[in-house]
Ligand binder design. Structure first.
Ligand SMILES: [Zn+2]
Ligand SMILES: [Zn+2]
Length: 249
């Protein structure tokens, strides 16, 4: 059995204390997390209604791991197909894929990197629906709306200091990049420590969303994202808020 399946079985094991089953869910997330580790965890806490105190509803851990497992099955099937297609293409002399598979995209420079910087932002789709959507796009389907989440509402214009980028109003994926052609990283104005999210302070004791935390969510949260740029300068990697401008200017 793979590590994912071994740990999935531990999440199901009702003889274990909830914190051990929660730890096993964490290991599953290190093996497969379509929104990135933190944002996928956040998604599952909400979709599986994981209360702050796991003892109040240990079954929520099973709901969480089963949603993750279903999405992983869909991804595995497509990844195997993709590998076979790539082998055939290589035999035919095509060394590089026309477009990289969605699961191979590096987070660095990716249009959906906001999810990595802010786990409260990610598509509101269930994980299986997200994987189905990404697989369909890989197959060349033309789907309306934001490629990540399907949102069709007007994009949100966010400042990059010198210009603006258009972000999905629902998941913060970059829809129209800043015209400067540099990559901007969009990060939350209010940083929430990961340990607070890990402890599910955004949930109530019964597994509902905590209405008081965090203060801004959804489109309001995306509108407050701040833009950062990384740039090599004389052999040193600089990282700065875009408002401030590059060092030395
Ligand atoms: Zn979106
Ligand atoms: Zn720019």
């Amino acid at each position: 059995m793979t590590s994912f399946l071994t740990h999935r079985a531990l999440v199901h094991d009702t003889t274990l204390p909830p914190y051990r089953r929660h730890g096993a869910l964490r290991t599953c997330l290190t093996r497969f997390a379509p929104y990135g580790f933190r944002a996928t965890y956040h998604h599952l806490t909400v979709s599986a209604r994981m209360p702050r105190l796991l003892e109040a509803d240990p079954d929520s851990l099973v709901r969480a791991v089963e949603e993750l497992h279903e999405a992983r099955q869909l991804w595995l099937a497509r990844a195997e197909e993709y590998a076979a297609q790539r082998r055939a293409a290589k035999r035919a002399g095509q060394r590089h894929p026309a477009q990289p598979a969605w699961w191979d995209r590096p987070w660095w420079a990716s249009p959906d990197s906001a999810w990595r910087n802010d786990p409260f932002l990610h598509p509101r789709l269930s994980l299986p629906d997200y994987v189905r959507r990404q697989n369909a796009l890989l197959d060349g389907a033309e789907l309306p709306g934001c490629p990540a989440c399907g949102e069709e509402g007007p994009a949100l214009s966010v400042s990059t200091g010198h210009d603006r980028a258009e972000l999905c109003r629902s998941c913060a994926r970059v829809l129209v990049p800043c015209p400067c052609e540099q990559w901007h990283s969009f990060e939350p104005e209010l940083r929430i420590g990961w340990s607070r999210t890990w402890r599910r302070e955004h949930m109530t004791g019964t597994g509902g969303p905590n209405p008081h935390w965090p203060t801004h969510l959804g489109t309001a949260r995306i509108g407050r994202l701040e833009s950062y740029t990384m740039r090599w300068d004389s052999g040193v990697l600089h990282y700065y808020r875009d408002e401030e401008g590059p060092p030395g200017t």
